[in-house]
Ligand binder design. Structure first.
Ligand code: URA
Length: 258
């Protein structure tokens, strides 16, 4: 292999390690955050590390505080877009809150937006989302009958796993969505989702198919079920039978209790 080829391979490896997974043109660039409304025109740059380095604890408190008076998903969208305490925002193109019906009885919660979701600004629109749509249809649901969101509103660069600190900082935004939607059921898609919300640490094979409970601040006990993430099912189709069993369990309980 020529020296030139080696260079190209090195560059590609470097890009992949840095989280670059899309190319739009010949010149590399870093996505800028969206300018806020009515701000005096100034170049928008990523805040200095020292500004971002609020301790995670402070950032969690700050996320809690900004959610305090929020009562609708639209208000939450604005609050999260303006939140400065999570650096994931500065690599993302969009802040992706939930999709679907905010009055639904059932909520599906995934991990984080992927490349397509980040580009379009809507949860579960890529390949995982297409599989999720089919799974929903199979139990008589669609996006008019459920609310779909993620633990994180921003895509981690290169789809890397979110850190514990990132999850902790973003959890108040998810909890506020659960408070606003106030569903009867939550279905957690994958281990990261269920571990983050329920504070457990077992793998998804142990947790799937077992009923759990989550309490909203208004006292309502919500039934929680966990199952495989659609991205895992795309990679491991042999597990689709178990995923189907979990969805049927949900459907049966919803039918019996409505
Ligand atoms: N995977 C997720 O967990 N969420 C999305 O929105 C898309 C893919």
């Amino acid at each position: 292999m020529s020296e030139n080829n080696d260079n190209i391979i090195n560059w590609l490896e470097f890009y992949i390690a840095s989280g670059v997974d899309e190319t739009f043109g010949d010149v590399p660039f870093v996505a800028e955050s969206k300018p806020k409304e009515k701000v005096i025109e100034q170049p928008k740059v990523r805040p200095a590390t020292s500004e971002l380095a609020l301790s995670s604890v402070d950032a969690v408190k700050s996320a809690d505080n900004v959610c305090q008076n929020v009562t609708t998903i639209e208000e939450l969208q604005k609050v999260v877009e303006n939140f400065e305490g999570c650096s994931l925002k500065y690599n993302a193109k969009h802040t992706v809150i939930g999709d679907g019906n905010p009055k639904a009885k059932i909520m599906f919660i995934g991990e984080a937006p992927g490349a397509e979701e980040d580009l379009i600004g809507k949860a579960f629109v890529g390949r995982s989302g297409q599989l999720l749509n089919k799974m929903l249809e199979a139990i008589g649901l669609d996006r008019t009958k459920c609310y779909i969101c993620n633990i994180l509103p921003w895509r981690p660069p290169g789809n890397r796993s979110p850190s514990d600190a990132e999850i902790a900082v973003c959890l108040p935004f998810l909890k506020k969505q659960i408070e606003i939607v106030n569903p009867d059921y939550i279905f957690m898609l994958g281990a990261v989702a269920v571990n983050s919300l329920m504070g457990n640490a077992e793998g998804i094979s142990k947790l799937r198919g077992k009923w759990m409970e989550y309490q909203n601040p208004n006292g309502k006990i919500i039934k929680v079920l966990a199952g495989y993430h659609p991205a895992y099912l795309l990679r491991t189709p042999a597990q689709k039978a178990k995923a189907w069993a979990d969805f049927l369990r949900l459907k049966k309980d919803m039918a019996e209790n409505n």
